[in-house]
Design a protein around this ligand. Structure first.
Ligand SMILES: *Cc1c(COP(=O)(O)O)cnc(C)c1O
Length: 478
């Protein structure tokens, strides 16, 4: 029985909503002209739950997952989808992914703990990380996760834990692919200067060919170690599907190299994340790069599967199981972030619309120059008449939506930023001692809090004042 069969009962049928304007299958403009997430009017949600607010559509998340999974299944016989938990760490999100049959990619003890706490089948979880702590290795070993090795001393550390706990441990190896065909290809600016190959070479990730061969040889001689996969994560460097196919092909080239040098052939390749999605109104890095021309899951699947099959055929290798770790492609389109308009201010050359949503909550807007399309929540299709900067309240320029053309906005209005379901809550910050937002999960007409809004006590309560400083503040000195 496959995992998908096992979980069929809890995965509902999905019928896209018929909105007047569609921002997704379950996000769009409703009959009263307001922005809707599934069957809920966002104006009503913002008034009820307060702002800043993240809203996630359960059905959109399920829909995006299934579209991605089905595209790869159409082109490849044996596919497992591992949701990149870091893109949205919510426990409810993890439960939904479990019900869909998704595995998961975990970084660090807490992500692993939360996935296990949510009941994810540990055999479908991998632990990645460049500097794994003893505590992490132990938790992974004790629970049966696959540990992707990314340091020369990691194998011995895992073996020692395996001995001590008296368990067998699944391991993979994170590779440092050569990516020679990408030496002339340029990626997106968020990964710094240079070609795709230079960008990939310059990261801390992965083991080179000689290191990989050494790890495999040593692992094969260790009774408690079970070699399971090789791993690579190109990340969001490019939105050309062909670049991902180059990477997928090279995974198999390395499988051939590993076989020739060790006798072991990886039964599974895990080709990581970085898969994008496009929207007709634009989203993503480099200012709206991901528009209607962005690759679809179908494009990725067709090209990657073909490259893998061709290279396996050329080298006489059996087709391995294929694992993928999409994060943002699943969580991103499932969520919106909502802020409330406060002061509207005109200067000599610009107009600023201040919101209570900030770059603390949409951190990629500031750090990566990421574009989130903004729409007014009420009367979402009102004609856009003015150029404004949508800004948050932080002490820096706090530009969450620079140079936007919007209808006239006034104090009390709500503005929603689309495709903000990934890497927003999970990378939210508390700069200026802001309180972290709440998150609401919408399904049909139901809306439930899945992350509580942070309270003053959460921010203040972690601080300590050494006793010796107290007297000096309260007692007049003479
Ligand atoms: C971040 C990450 C992912 C997910 O990346 P997305 O761009 O969200 O798809 C997958 N695998 C690894 C190892 C990662 O670090």
């Amino acid at each position: 029985m496959t995992m998908q069969e096992k979980t069929k009962g809890s995965a509902p049928q999905l019928t896209p909503v018929d909105y007047t304007v569609k921002f997704g299958e379950f996000i769009g403009v409703g009959p009263n002209g307001n922005l809707f997430v599934d069957g809920c009017d966002v104006q009503v949600l913002a008034e009820k739950f307060g702002t800043p607010l993240y809203i996630i559509s359960e059905k959109q998340l399920r829909y995006s997952y299934r579209a991605f999974r089905d595209a790869f299944r159409r082109h490849y016989p044996d596919v497992e989808i591992l949701f990149a938990n870091k893109s949205n760490n919510g426990l409810a999100i993890r439960h939904i992914m479990n019900q869909e049959g998704a595995g998961g990619d975990c970084f660090g003890a807490q992500e692993m703990y939360m996935a296990l706490l949510a009941g994810t089948d540990a055999r479908t979880l991998v632990l990645n990380g460049s500097n794994k702590q003893d505590e992490e290795i132990e938790m992974a070993a004790a629970n049966g996760l696959c540990i992707n090795i990314d340091a020369m001393d990691e194998l011995d550390r895992i073996a020692a834990v395996a001995e001590r706990l008296d368990v067998d441990v699944d391991v993979g190896i994170r590779l440092k692919l050569d990516l020679d065909p990408l030496r002339e290809r340029h990626g997106v600016a968020m990964h710094g200067p240079g070609t795709l190959k230079q960008q990939s070479d310059s990261t801390k990730w992965g083991m080179n060919r000689a290191q990989t061969v050494e790890i495999v040889k040593r692992a094969l001689a260790m009774p408690r170690i079970r070699l399971k996969e090789t791993h690579f994560h190109l990340s969001r460097m490019s939105n050309e599907a062909a670049d991902f196919a180059v990477m997928a092909r090279e995974m198999i080239t390395w499988s051939g190299y590993i076989r020739d040098n060790t006798g072991w052939t990886p039964p599974c390749i895990d080709i990581g994340g970085g898969w994008t999605f496009g929207k007709w109104y634009g989203t993503g890095p480099n200012s709206q790069l991901d528009d209607a021309s962005a690759p679809t899951a179908e494009d990725y699947a067709r090209l990657c599967a073909a490259a893998i099959k061709e290279e396996a055929e050329r080298l006489g290798l059996p087709l391995p199981k294929l694992r993928l770790e999409p994060g943002r492609a699943l969580s991103g389109p499932s969520g919106v972030a909502v802020g409330r308009v406060g002061a509207v201010k005109e200067g000599t050359s610009k107009k600023w619309v201040n919101l209570d949503l900030s770059t603390n909550h949409l951190s990629w807007a500031a750090v990566l120059d990421w574009y989130y399309h903004a729409v007014p929540v009420a009367d979402a299709e009102a004609p856009a008449t003015e150029q404004v900067d949508l800004v948050g309240p932080l002490c820096n320029s706090d530009e969450i939506g620079p140079h936007r053309t919007m209808p006239a906005l006034k104090r009390g209005d709500f503005v929603a930023f689309l495709d903000a379901g990934g890497y927003t809550e999970s990378s939210a910050a508390r700069y200026n001692a802001q309180l972290l937002p709440a998150t609401v999960l919408v399904s049909g007409t139901s809306a439930e809090i899945i992350t509580e809004r942070e309270q003053l006590r959460d921010v203040v309560g972690r601080f300590r004042v050494p006793a010796r400083l107290l007297a000096g503040s309260f007692t007049p000195r003479s």
